[in-house]
Design a protein around this ligand. Sequence first.
Ligand SMILES: [Fe+2]
Ligand SMILES: [Fe+2]
Length: 348
Amino acid sequence: MIHKPTVLIGSAQAGFPGQGRVSYTGKKRRKKYMLVEAIEHEAATRPLPFSYRNTLVAAQRVNWRIEDIIGGERKLDFSRPFMPESLARTGELGFLTAGEQRSLNQIKGHTYLSIFGLVEEFILPFVIDHVRPSLDRDDYRVRAYLQFASEEAKHIQLFKVFADEFRRGFPAECAVIGPPSAIAEKVLSHQPLAVALLILHIEWMTQRHFVDSIRTDEGLDPLFKSLLKHHWLEEAQHAKLDTLMVRSLADGMSEAEIERAVDEYLEIGAFIDGGLGQQVEFELEALEAASGISLTDEQRKEFIDSQHQANRWTYLGSGMTHPRFLEMLGELSDEQRDRVAAVSEAFC
Ligand SMILES: [Fe+2]
Ligand SMILES: [Fe+2]
C-alpha cells in the first residue's frame, strides 16, 4: 500500500453461511442463518432506543475470528469482481473492455479495504475516549463499548490482511490517500457530536452496502464477499451503540449547538470528499499500470467524473441518506435533518 501523506490533508477545504468461507453444518448452520436474518430484521425495524445489554448479547453471539475468514488455502479469485456494480459503477465506462472494468472493480475493492481501514483508525480511539471517563457507570454500557472498540481493532487488522492478500495477486501497486494517523487527527479535531454523527453515518452505510448490494450478488468473489458479510454482522451492533452515543452527546444541547455540530459533520464530509477525488486519480494510475492502457484526455475526464461520483455514493451519499441516520438527525432537529438531506443530493 502506498501512502501519499499530504494529499488528503491538502484538499481538506474542499453469502450468507455457505457462500462465504466459514462453513457451518447441520443445526449450527441453520441457527447461524436464523441469527443473521434476525439481525438484519432488527436493524431495519427496531425503534431507535436500543439497549446496551441487548447489543452486547447480540455482539457476543455473532462474534468471529479473522482466522475463520482468511488464511491457509483461502485466496482471492481475481477472475471475479470484488465489489457490487452499484458501488463500483465501472459499467458506465464504455471505453473500457470487460477485463479492464473487472480490474477497476478490484481496484475499487482495494480502495474499500483502505478507506475502511482509515475510518476505523479514528473510530477506535473515539469509542475508547467516549467510555473512558465513565467506567464506573452501567456495566453493560462499559462492556458494550469495549466490545465495539475491540471489534474495530479486529476489523482494522482484517482489512490489512486482505490488503496484503490483494497485493500478492494484483499486477500493479494501488496507492491510497493517507496516512491514516493524519486523517484521524484531522477528523478527531472536531467536536465529539460531529464525529459521532459521522461514525453513525459510516455504520448505517456499511449496513446498506451489504443488505442492498452485496448479499444477493452471486457474481462476487466468495472470499471478498465473506469479508463484507462478516464486517456487516458486527457493524449492525455498532450502529445501535452509535445511536446511543449520539443521543447522549446531544442531550441538553440547544438548537444552535446542534446546528454547529452538523456544520462540523459537513466540514468533515467535505474533507473526505476531497480525499475521494484524489483517490480516483490513484485508481486511474493503478488501472493504467495493471492493464497497460493509456486513456485519452476525454476518457480521463469521463473516468474521473464518473468514478468520483461512485466514491461519493459509496462513502458519503449512502450513509447520509440512510433512513435510520436521517431518523436520528430528525430526533435532534428537523431543520438539520432536512439540511443534511438536501446536501446529500450532491453525493448520490
Ligand atoms: Fe468495522
Ligand atoms: Fe463499526
